[in-house]
Design a protein around this ligand. Structure first.
Ligand SMILES: NC(=O)c1ccc[n+]([C@@H]2O[C@H](COP(=O)([O-])OP(=O)(O)OC[C@H]3O[C@@H](n4cnc5c(N)ncnc54)[C@H](OP(=O)(O)O)[C@@H]3O)[C@@H](O)[C@H]2O)c1
Length: 321
């Protein structure tokens, strides 16, 4: 079957390790199901994998891709929950120390077919296209958990989303706006700041701008480039929710500010199967459509990867079979 896979690791030139070509069909295992992939979306995770983050050389070649929507063997429309926990694990899958996400230990979703534990399938609402549904399992699920589970952000609060253009960030804007939260954003590009306003952000600022007032929570995926601004932007008692560090993971910790202002720094990773099911229902109920920048056939995956690596994206890039 056709697949986009990591053949080599190269931290400096990740796209040089990407191959698009034939890979073996997924192997049937007890308790697992093979899904025919109709759409899969790119995440920054796929670039990290090509750089060797979370994907050691001895697991290559590895089919990339965390997210998929498609058909199960009975023809049901499904969304794939990407967090694979150990078979004996019960409860919140993201707390399983042995969990992985598709493409780390098990072949990923940038293929015509992908095998997943049957318990990882979630019904796809008819209101969402396969392309839209394929945006939910990583970026949108991460945003949902950051806001409503780990961040516990209340309607009527004001939040700051750093780096408006990304997959997680655009999801944060749309979901928070739908929940009655006032959303402020930063972005490096004027074009993306204007697009964020159209998605529902109340105001958009250049990175590191002084805000009109301090916010209740900051939602952070950028890391070193914005961390200090994130801490300075919080009200006393405010919460910084972090799920990524695209620009680097060693910022100044500014501990005086953390303890004097009694700030909370909260980590968040992916989400549970139940959260994914609730997210899908929320999208269907409220007519929410994930923001898709562009769709590419699987055979043109290299073009999509190049766009993601260049940061030239607003929302999600989707591959179709
Ligand atoms: N923990 C988890 O479970 C989890 C899940 C999903 C994602 N993540 C992580 O979260 C991060 C974002 O993922 P994604 O898929 O949304 O990535 P993406 O679509 O590639 O978005 C990248 C984002 O980073 C911002 N950015 C990049 N470099 C920057 C810099 N030097 N200064 C300021 N902003 C910068 C961009 O904002 P502008 O271009 O608008 O400025 C954009 O919003 C990644 O590091 C990813 O690994 C973690």
């Amino acid at each position: 079957m056709l697949a986009a896979y990591a053949a080599r690791i190269n931290p400096d030139d990740p796209l040089s390790g990407l191959e698009i070509g034939e890979r073996p069909e997924p192997e049937a295992q007890p308790g697992w199901t093979t899904v025919t992939v109709k759409a899969a979306s790119l995440n920054h995770h796929d670039l990290w994998s090509l750089k060797g983050v979370g994907l050691p050389e001895d697991r290559l070649p590895m089919i990339l891709g965390c997210d998929a929507a498609g058909l199960d063997p009975d023809g049901n429309e499904v969304i794939v929950h990407s967090v694979v926990s150990s078979p004996e694990w019960r409860g919140d899958e993201t707390f399983d120390p042995r969990r992985s996400i598709l493409s780390e230990r098990h072949p990923g979703s940038f293929a015509q077919r992908v095998a997943v534990p049957t318990r990882n399938l979630v019904p796809k609402p008819g209101d969402l296209t396969f392309e839209e549904a394929a945006c939910l399992p990583t970026a949108w699920l991460t945003a949902y958990r950051m806001l409503f589970t780990r961040g516990d952000v209340k309607p009527g609060s004001t939040i700051l989303v750093q780096g408006a253009g990304g997959g997680v960030s655009t999801a944060l804007i749309v979901l928070a706006h739908a929940a009655g939260i006032r959303v402020w954003v930063t972005s490096r590009e004027e074009r993306k700041r204007a697009q964020a306003i159209r998605l529902g952000a109340a105001e958009a600022f250049e990175p590191n701008s002084r805000l009109p007032e301090r916010v209740d929570a900051v939602l952070e995926t950028v890391g070193a480039a914005t961390w200090s601004h994130s801490l300075k932007s919080l009200k006393p008692g405010g919460t910084l929710v972090v799920s990524g560090a695209t620009s680097g993971q060693d910022p100044s910790a500014d501990l005086n500010r953390v303890f004097f202002l009694q700030l909370s720094v909260v980590g968040s990773t992916m989400g549970t199967r139940d959260e994914l099911e609730r997210l899908a229902r929320l999208c269907a109920e409220r007519g929410i459509k994930p923001t898709i920048d562009a769709t590419y056939p699987l055979r043109d995956a290299r073009d999509a990867f190049a766009r993601l690596a260049a940061g030239d994206v607003f929302g999600k890039l989707v591959l179709t079979g």
